[in-house]
Design a binder for this molecule. Structure first.
Ligand code: FAD
Ligand code: PYC
Length: 424
């Protein structure tokens, strides 16, 4: 069980929960309203995932812009935000990435309190395994780069790793022998739905309208500006628009008349039956393309690399499931007897340098937040803040400036292909 967060208002005591159950839940109020959208807003955000909802909240909180609509074609967090394995860390190689992911991690550290919503952030530490001396050398460079940037991270010897993760196969002759590793102790996991719901409730509380089951199907463009979006609930005008639709980004860009350098791929994940606590850290092996953590419910949360071909199918195929499970069992022989409970996939939008796209689009009042690929859950707090800044001021936030679309023309790429499992 995750402990209550001090300072959080506990409106739903156990007794009240029990009474609500008996009374047919008549005393509950929805966490956010479901208004009919109006015909015009100051700002419209397309996409009710973590980034879109966080941006809506930051528009209201940081910039005082509350006449905002979030349009979600399905349900809040039903895209990648509710499908991911919730690893939050900032152990990236390039300074541009380190600063955004670490700023995000810092916001996550206080987010339950800030949103008055328990997102169950558990800083249990993220261990990346090295299986050979060459991998250890790569880790030395990452840890060094992080320490130079003032971000906590350290190398682990083989003995350190085996002491922290005793279920790893200690044999030097197994397929993936433990050679050493690196750890970021502030890294961890959070409850993904709670992140979406916490932002939604807080944004709604500041007057933001959130409309689910409403798809954007087209753009009305005049003189290089978006005048309105065509939705399944009618045409809606705004002065400024933000787009945070992850795996639907190329499709929406096409509707708006431009192209994005993104490839949509499936990333799958799965959970085992629940176990007594047996794995404290998040443990990842990038060379073996597999990672595992244990949820508060006791399930092992397991994932690996991308499916081999581009796809919009939100399910992984069996060959990849088997590959990932084989990798996990090779590293953790004790897990071989477990049953798998669920498996699913999400459509992620991967960019050529494995870094996000943040900034203006070719249309003057449409701003982009996309290309987070396999790693954008950890960036939701800062991604929303940067999109809100762009929408409110028309200018880059200091942190988003290196991530504009123009980098694919200038060649100033931020190559994070080796920044973790599933990133290449
Ligand atoms: P989403 O949550 O996908 O939200 C986009 C929303 O836009 C969706 O709800 C969608 O319905 C909506 N939308 C699409 N088209 C339209 C339209 N036409 N009109 C209106 N709405 C529309 N990241 C990490 O940091 N750590 C991890 O451990 C991690 N693990 C992952 C594991 C898996 C299996 C997957 C699939 C991803 C993982 N990720 C991870 C990546 C992370 O989930 C994403 O980068 C992040 O959730 C993106 O958030 P988002 O808000 O941009 O997108
Ligand atoms: O970003 O740490 C991450 C991650 C792990 C698996 C998928 N994404």
């Amino acid at each position: 069980m995750t402990a209550p967060v001090p300072g959080i208002e506990h409106r739903y005591s156990a007794l009240r929960l029990f009474r609500e159950g008996l009374r047919g839940q008549r005393g509950w109020t929805p966490a956010w309203r479901s208004p009919e959208p109006r015909r015009r807003y100051d700002a419209v955000i397309i996409g009710g995932g973590g980034h879109g909802l966080s941006a809506a909240w930051h528009l209201a909180k940081d910039h005082g812009i509350t006449d905002v609509l979030v349009i979600e074609k399905a349900w809040l967090g039903g895209g990648n935000t509710g499908r991911n394995t919730t690893i939050i860390r900032s152990n990236y190689f390039h300074r541009e990435s380190q600063v955004i992911y670490d700023a995000s991690l810092k916001i996550y550290e206080g987010l339950s309190r800030e949103l008055n919503y328990n997102i169950m952030f558990s800083q249990r530490g993220n261990i990346e395994l090295a299986h050979a001396p060459s991998e250890m050398e790569g880790m030395r460079r990452v840890v060094n780069a992080m320490q130079v940037a003032g971000i906590e991270s350290s190398l682990l010897t083989r003995d350190d790793v085996l002491a922290m993760v005793p279920l790893l196969d200690p044999s030097p002759y197994c397929r993936w022998p433990v050679f050493g590793g690196m750890i970021q102790r502030r890294a961890g996991v959070a409850r993904h739905d709670a992140v979406a719901w916490g932002y939604a409730r807080a944004a709604d509380g500041m007057g933001v309208d959130i409309v689910q089951n409403c798809a954007v199907n087209g753009f009305r463009i005049e003189g290089g500006r978006v005048r309105a979006v065509e939705t399944s609930h009618g045409v809606i005008e705004a002065s400024v628009f933000g787009m945070a639709v992850a795996g639907a980004s190329p499709e929406l860009a096409r509707l708006a008349g431009f192209r994005l350098p993104l490839l949509c791929m499936t990333l799958q994940a799965m959970v085992s039956e629940p176990l007594k606590p047996c794995l404290h850290h998040v443990v990842a092996s990038t060379p073996n393309s597999a990672y595992v953590s244990q949820s508060d419910k006791g399930e092992l949360v397991i994932g690996g690399g991308l499916e081999p071909v581009p796809s919009y199918a939100r399910r992984g195929d069996l060959a990849k499931t088997r590959e990932v499970l084989a990798s996990v069992v090779e590293m953790f022989p004790a897990f071989s007897t477990l049953r798998l409970m669920r498996q699913w996939g999400g459509t992620v939008d991967t960019s050529p340098d494995n870094s996000p796209i943040l900034g203006p689009s070719p249309l003057t009042n449409l701003y982009l937040n996309c290309g987070w690929g396999t790693g954008g859950f950890k960036a939701i707090p800062i991604g929303g803040k940067m999109l809100a800044h762009l929408m409110a001021t028309g200018r880059h936030h200091d942190l988003s400036a290196p991530f504009g679309l123009e980098r694919f023309a200038t060649g100033r790429l931020i190559d994070e292909a080796h920044a973790g499992v599933a990133h290449d």
